[in-house]
Design a protein around this ligand. Sequence first.
Ligand SMILES: [Fe+2]
Length: 398
Amino acid sequence: MGGSARAFGVPLAGPGHGRRAALRAAEAELSRYFEESLELLWSADQTGRLVRVNPAWKRCLGHPAEAMRGRSLTEFIHEQDRDAAAAEILSLADGSRDSITVCSRFQTLEGGSLWLEWSARSSPVDGRIHGSAHDISSQRRAEQQLSSEARGLEAMVDDRTRDLEEARAETLQLLAIAGEFRDDETSQHTERVGTMSAEIGKHMGLSAESLVLLREAAPLHDIGKLAIPDRVLLKPGRLSPEEQEMMQTHTTLGARLLFGSRSPALQLAGVIAESHHEWWDGSGYPQGLIGSDIPLVGRIVTVADVFDALTHDRPYKSAWPVDQAMALIRSTAGSQFDPKVVEAFLSIGGRRAEGRPPGGPAATGSREGDAREDPSAGEAAAAEEPIRHAVQGLSEPG
Ligand SMILES: [Fe+2]
């Protein structure tokens, strides 16, 4: 490099001597940097064929400089990254880009591969492509390890979330069974009410998310019975007016219990507990709400609750035939029940009720005041104003 001036016969003494000496020194410094640099430096022609590589390539990949010169840079790139790299180099050669920065896997002499981040630009001075590269394999491994660990953590969180969800659903189910345990040995009434309520809700156009909540919340409609004394709850005969009144407090007691939770399912269950004995015509309890003032979920659950109570044996009554129970519900649409809910119920109720044991009519309805003998017993006993429609999405569809 430095000998070129003398070779062309240019005298070293004279006015230009200082400038040439400085040029030689700069060339020497550049050459030393090229030889000793830890960066992998390279130059190529416009086709990407290497014309110069520094020793760092050999230290990094094992390929001697003489084995690389004259070959395309892309020959040393992993075949899966080769086409992308070739396209990048082409963009320099055709002038569509001034510079490029690429991450590619390069093949080592021993048959392995290393990740290199490499940059290049096309020089307007000599028409060549000049570039540099450095090993980022450790960084890539660390990134991949972090990514793998993140995926592992994500899977673990998913597992734990699923466990919690199952535990939560099981707790709700057990809570519903506990509320029913003393007056229904089978403990299946609450589950059936939940299932039928969701089917009615589906027929009425509730969203899938709302149906899941309704399915979970409906079985808790009678949770307030936990606070009703045995002498009233389990009394075999007809309840006195005072006992009837006490029985009816299971609505507000249940709501007070459930509204203490922040869980959407339990908040909704509170709405249902408080409203599942309201009547469409306003003669229900505890608040005597009328028509659409009664939360939709309460209007749905009351149909499912009464139908299931009618069509199954209880200690104080035998199961009604399905047809008779459906006829009763149809006849009370507009008085006890929301006509639209009854319409939805009738379209699915027969299917759900298939397989019920035959039985003759006995005492009507349940002993909680669903029975028509005492529609006036409701009183607003709630100590607190309930949170109406606490759960979004469970409003009247359409
Ligand atoms: Fe009830």
